[in-house]
Design a protein around this ligand. Structure first.
Ligand code: ARG
Ligand code: ASP
Length: 710
């Protein structure tokens, strides 16, 4: 009887027992080393992460707070994705200097473009501080007391370590609060744009191909990290010098064959692999479909205007990509979860768990866990919906969220020091400048009319902000709002900001767009947030307990903690997959496929003439595969998520094979449930990247800096 549950588990969750799933902590990689080497790896865990000598980790950075980058020369040259550098490329772009369309290549250091606001973070060291953080904690403690004790312990630990280091010190929870690790990090803030291909290459396939295989995107951009003369972080200065890393990545020109071992080293942002069935069901079948529907309607409006006017196309390019990315992904999550019977499988696992719980008396603390989850998620749902509409329908209106940036200034009084006022005014002037550079009012008006109508239709009166309940005719209301608000007009905003005094605050507060913002935020603060926070905190407690229970129940399983924007190693094989009965996807694509997709009338599929010329002449130099073709992208069974974009994918010798940039549509549910049969990450082949830099752009001086292994 005892054995039975375990057997059924094997059948239900084969994924748990094979490689592929798991985002591993680099400092604990020795526990995976044997398996990695059995799969083909020829280096050691110590070559990947070490604090005693230089290791691959010294070449990996968190890029711009949301992506991964890697250092590929001893002169601080950095590679990441085109879509990760996109915002910075866009900020340097205008109709006259359209780097988005034409690409950009610095032919010498002086031409490199500073990127204010961009930073990269190196992890210098990690330590397990679980015992110190959980000192004095016991399971019977009330949640608030527990949190207070944890916070106090962390504060003490951080203060002690800060005395011995100049690095930034922080402590983060892992395994949903069952373990804690300390991180020592160093942030570099002088990072300059060195090169990027035209969007026809860097974004080839655009949002149409996004999340989809087969893929042909040259998704890379190049930056350089600068430091002061001693190699320390320093704000931008002409006197700064290229950063000399302890390690930069070697680049392989050999490519990878099906079945080859590969690993990704980077910064996955967030996964939730240990949620109960109710939570997965709510996310995939209630919340995600609403977000998908609302965003789809916003994108329809963007598309209409973007197609009409090249200026608007540039203005809304980044916004479109951002909204469209989530839209498509969550569509895939819902499909994947349902196709893969994810909720049912979680239910079945919970049945096994419950059986295990009643199998011994000392498991009493888990007894009511799953019931409490059910109760909590049911209670949470209306508030979660309310939040979704505030964020996706209310604050999606650009006018409203822009007005919101002035909320603090609208509350100043005659007692506020003029110095503080001047500071806010200065930063708002910058905000206004970048807002109006990319604002097109007709789009926002249409979006507002559509979204408010949807909001009214979907949410009951007592789950709406007050301003909505006063609306009689949506179109008329929106037109008046846009006509009367000053926040649609750059000149009016600047006129008010110039010489702003406390007495002007009223003008801001009385603006109709500010009133809409305040109504939305007030509703969220007073009627939604408290519920979400209270239930969320109880769920966090349950989740921590559930994690602990799962680990006790499967003592032989190697668990990996959910992603939390810390450096991780994930590994698997270069391989294609079978998305559906009767179909098999190959693991790589070639330049041939770009020509097959070519369509001069469709923006996403326009091919650069120069690229075509290289293709016709088969002018691939040393970057061609041994099969003679130019490989563009490839898939692998490596567990990745958002934040892994730009991460290096490396071969058995730890050499760079490519840059991770996406996943296959069929497997986007991998943030909730990973299935090694259908979850695949997508990378751009490093040989295609070098080919574009060298042959397409003639920027061979950059290749000369790199260490290439033929
Ligand atoms: N889906 C990828 C990721 O989540 C790439 C997104 C950028 N590409 C795009 N076409 N929007 O970030
Ligand atoms: N495209 C994602 C990123 O930007 C990666 C992913 O979600 O697979 O991080």
């Amino acid at each position: 009887m005892k054995k039975l549950p375990f057997l059924t588990l094997l059948v239900l969750f084969p994924a748990f027992l094979f490689a592929g799933e798991g985002m591993w902590i680099p400092m604990l990689l020795q526990y995976n080393e044997k398996e990695m080497q059995e799969m083909g790896m020829r280096i050691t865990a110590d070559d990947i992460y070490s604090i005693n000598h230089s290791s691959l980790k010294d070449a990996i950075v968190l890029f711009g707070g949301g992506c991964t980058g890697e250092i590929v020369s001893d002169q601080g040259l950095l590679l990441t994705n085109h879509h990760c550098g996109y915002g910075y490329i866009q900020r340097h772009s205008s109709v006259e200097h359209d780097y988005l369309t034409n690409g950009f290549w610095a032919m010498n250091r002086d031409e490199e473009l500073p990127c204010p606001g961009l930073s990269v973070i190196f992890l210098r060291e990690m330590r397990d501080v679980t015992a110190q953080v959980l000192d004095g904690i016991d399971i019977e403690m009330a949640e608030a007391d527990r949190q207070a004790k944890v916070d106090a312990n962390i504060k003490k630990i951080v203060a002690a370590v800060e005395k011995e280091t100049a690095y930034k010190v922080s402590v983060k929870p892992f395994f949903l609060g069952n373990e804690y690790y300390l991180l020592l990090e160093e942030t570099y803030t002088d990072v300059r744009l060195v090169g990027c291909p035209p969007s026809n290459i860097g974004k080839f396939g655009g949002d149409t191909d996004n999340w989809v295989w087969p893929r042909h995107t040259g998704d890379f951009s190049i930056f350089r990290v600068y430091a002061d003369k001693d190699g320390h972080p320093a704000d931008y200065s002409h006197d700064n010098v290229p950063y000399k890393p302890a390690k930069h990545l070697d680049i392989s020109l050999k490519g990878a064959d099906e079945g080859d071992f590969a690993f990704v080293f980077g910064y996955p942002a967030r996964t939730s692999e240990y949620l109960p069935a109710v939570a997965v069901d709510q996310e995939a079948n209630v919340i995600d479909p609403i977000v998908v529907d609302l965003r789809g309607k916003v994108l329809d409006i963007y598309n209409k205007y973007q197609e009409q006017d090249p200026k608007v196309r540039i203005q809304y390019a980044s916004k479109h990509a951002g909204i469209g990315n989530g839209w498509k992904k969550w569509m895939g999550v819902t499909e994947g979860i349902n196709h893969f019977h994810g909720v049912e499988k979680k239910h079945a696992f919970e049945g096994e768990f419950q059986q295990w719980v009643v199998g011994a008396r000392n498991r009493y603390m888990y007894l009511d866990l799953l019931n409490q989850f059910k109760k909590n998620y049911k209670e949470l749902e209306p508030y979660q919906l309310a939040y979704t509409y505030v964020a996706e329908a209310g604050l999606r209106i650009e006018l409203v969220s822009f007005a919101g940036r002035f909320a603090k200034l609208s509350e100043v009084t005659k007692d506020t020091p003029q110095d503080d006022i001047d500071k806010s005014v200065a930063s708002l002037k910058t905000a206004a400048e970048s807002f109006f550079k990319d604002y097109y009012q007709p789009i926002d008006r249409d979006v507002a009319k559509m979204l408010l109508a949807e909001y009214l239709k979907a949410q009951p009166a007592d789950f709406r902000p007050a301003f909505l309940n006063d609306i009689k005719d949506v179109d008329d209301y929106v037109d008046k709002l846009f006509d009367k608000s000053m926040f649609t007009d750059e000149a009016k905003v600047n006129a008010l900001l110039d010489g702003f005094k406390a007495k002007d605050a009223k003008k801001l507060a009385n603006d109709p767009a500010m009133k809409v913002y305040q109504s939305l935020i007030g509703f969220f603060r007073n009627e939604v947030h408290g519920h979400i926070a209270a239930i969320g905190s109880d769920n966090a407690r349950l989740q921590r307990l559930y994690m602990k229970g799962q680990m006790e129940m499967q003592p032989d399983k190697r668990f990996s903690p959910d992603a939390n924007f810390t450096l991780r190693v994930t590994y698997g094989k270069v391989e294609g997959f079978k998305p559906k009965d009767g179909m098999k996807y190959k693991h790589f694509t070639t330049l041939e496929g770009i020509m097959q997709k070519e369509n001069p009338d469709i923006y996403d599929y326009v091919v650069e003439p120069r690229l075509k010329e290289l293709y016709i002449n088969k002018d691939y130099g040393r970057y061609a595969d041994k099969d003679g073709t130019m490989h563009v992208a490839f898939t692998a069974s490596v567990h990745t998520t958002g934040g892994n974009s730009g991460s290096p994918i490396l071969n058995a010798d730890g050499q760079l094979l490519g840059l991770n940039f996406d996943r296959c549509w069929e497997g986007t549910m991998s943030d909730l449930i990973y299935d090694p049969d259908i979850c695949r990450n997508i990378s751009v082949d490093i040989r295609y990247v070098l080919f574009i830099i060298d042959k397409f752009a003639g920027a061979g001086h950059l290749i000369d800096e790199m260490t290439i292994v033929e």
